[in-house]
Design a protein around this ligand. Sequence first.
Ligand code: G6P
Length: 491
Amino acid sequence: RQLLHTRMRGDQVIVVSNREPYIHEKEGEHVVVKRPASGLVTAVEPVMRACSGTWIAHGSGSGDKLVVDSRDRVRVPPGKEEYTLRRLWLTPEEEQGYYYGFANEGLWPLCHVAHVRPVFRESDWEAYKHVNQRFADAVVAEARSEDPIVLVQDYHFALLPAMIRKRLPRATILTFWHIPWPNPESFGICPWRREILQGMLGSTILGFHTRYHCKNFLETVDRYLEARIEHEHSTISFQQDTTLIEAYPISIEWPTDTMVSRWPSVSACRAKLMERLDLPHDHKVAVGVDRFDYTKGILERLHAVERMLEKYPEWIGRFSFVQVAAPSRSSLEEYKSFQDRIHRVTARINERFGHAGYAPVHLLAQHFGHEAVNELYRAADVCLVTSLHDGMNLVCKEFVAARDDEQGVLILSRFAGAAREMPEALIVNPYHVEELADALLRSITMPPAEQRERMASLRMTVREFNVYRWAGRMLADAGRTRLRERIEARV
Ligand code: G6P
């Protein structure tokens, strides 16, 4: 963190993301500040605190509920005030077309390939272009020099890099794509595939979570654009620009000793959870913590719980699964019907295997704050991360960071980017119910010594490859490019 702070001194850093890192809401007379459920925010926020600078985001959560005398500029985090949050207010029509429409009904299913058909509407595309332009204008307005470092985040802003490049040709633009990149055939169904690729290639550096996503991107460009690709250096030259395509596996901020010393003990966390669910102390508990999203494999998890209880009935009454599902994008039909289905399946399983005082599944469809989630991780025997496809997934890393007692088992989908870094987890194919049910049984019967061995190794990985390393590597690569450009400008 210190290194990042030192490295960035003198350079202006501007972050652009759709989701704001803090939501200011009015509750009665008071303004309360909340953190949204977003892997992107979890990762980028600590980096921004180290670099200071300006974060430009859509004031979505704070919108009409606001607040702070409708300031569009606030210093955050509250009480610490380490950087500036600059909010852009979108109209309901802009939000509908750009965010719900093109980003979440088009690009999200397109890139995740989770068997939900992407929807492409001309009007959404128009809104997407228009909102990208508005953010580009905001970046230009915030820039204090000709060459700021701009960190563009995610699939909401595929067109932004080229738009910024046009107005600030000397800017260093680092774009990070937080979700998977599919193969060329899958991506090719997007009617605006060329425009999207051209937009992204305005970046100095374009980052993905894994080499595999980089390879898919290089092949996609090769298929649809006239560009020069140098595989050896992983660069793409298109028109006047050269972009480095690189893998930067994202991570979390590893908790400091002071933070850990303030956490309630594992046994206190466990006691609290058992009391809340009215369960005996030796009951086995598996948890899932996700946004309520169809890519997360929540249905597959429920099927596995059902199958396990069917196959191994001795666990009925002795095992429960707790799913925290933070409501997300709920006004979209696909999300609504998915969420209804999960409620129905939960009720069915509870009816089939539950009895008075015992429910095998607890579905908590609500947003949990960071502390509550951390306590849940500490209380659980098992954490289930069964995404059907996920760029990285940070829940698995947070779970590991929460377990300083080196106990607890992680079940992890092979289709999450994190599976490559965390082979000590029980790696599963979530589409295979039988395999998942058996992994569940294995996890609740795993001897403490084996749990310790796996957990200690996982903790070492996440501690070392933390979020500062993610940002540090990307910024170091950017630093080298800036230096080279300065030298070339002199000769
Ligand atoms: C994923 C995306 C992020 C997004 C987050 C929450 O992690 O990659 O860009 O912020 O989900 O989704 P939301 O639509 O609520 O911002």
